[in-house]
Design a binder for this molecule. Sequence first.
Ligand code: GFB
Length: 319
Amino acid sequence: MKRVFVAGHKGMVGSAIVRQLAAQKDVELIVRDRKQLNLLNQAEVQTFFENEKIDQVYLAAAKVGGIVANNTYPADFIYENLMIECNIIHSAHMADVNDLVFLGSSCIYPKLAEQPMAENALLTGTLERTNEPYAVAKIAGIKLCESYNRQYGRNYRSVMPTNLYGENDNFHPDNSHVIPALMRRFHEAKLNDTPEVVVWGTGKPMREFLHVDDMAAASIFVANVSQETYESCTEPMLSHINVGTGVDCTIAEMALTMAEVVGYKGQVSFDTTKPDGAPRKLMNVDTLKKLGWAYSIELKDGLESTYDWYMASLKCIRS
Ligand code: GFB
């Protein structure tokens, strides 16, 4: 049996990884909630790793949020993410854990990176201002993994997801990402017969969306390719792998699809006082394709199943 620690198992990505690993017979899952293990506390994390004899780690714990949350709480985003990464990666190394997968974000790439963004666009330009502190913490996570690999011969890998959505997402009206925010707004507007739904920004930015079950599958796939294969697809100073669909759409297009999925028949308008963020963030997913993985959940299907899940969580019946 392989003892596998999923850090962040209650989050959207961590819980999806847990659902998939639970089906694997050779995996013994290790999880801890916030009360049992404070990932911001170095001593607690060190003791946990010393005691648990972990074989493999999925580092899916992070402070995450949408464009306004990132812009409003920059200190929390940089501090918490750096602490979690330093504590887990260093403690894993000290406890002789050789295998780790770190989950990053597509916002590590420069704001005006050439599209689609390949792995080698990292650190070639200025970051998007609204999420720079979060992006710097995620870049530090990639560099931590690379550095422990270079200095100590560890097998620490990084996967960079595009914008994710799905089950167990955060549906907060202000702090969430665009898909859960709009799903909730359209749903409430449908229930209340509100004539208009407001979408933030101009609607022109382009985003690539990946369902979290695809992300979990990709993370487990990358965790399990041989070290030789991984190293043959990446470079020593460029060891992260993009995870996405390779397909994007405008926020306005996504909002119209969302209205259709939810069954909202009113008007959609745009609040241009809210930030647009990066103009486009399309991933180049050639490395992952070369390794042999491709996404399977189309956006509309993913929105439908996420809406079913959201309705069930609200105990609503779909009309
Ligand atoms: O999802 P979101 O916050 O992520 O916003 P980012 C994506 C786009 O949707 C932006 C627009 O252009 C928003 O202005 N949008 C429209 C909305 N309506 C809404 C709404 O009601 N809520 C939200 N949140 N957006 C995040 C980063 O940026 O992407 C994080 O801040 C992380 O650090 C994440 O990297 C993946 O793609 O703009």
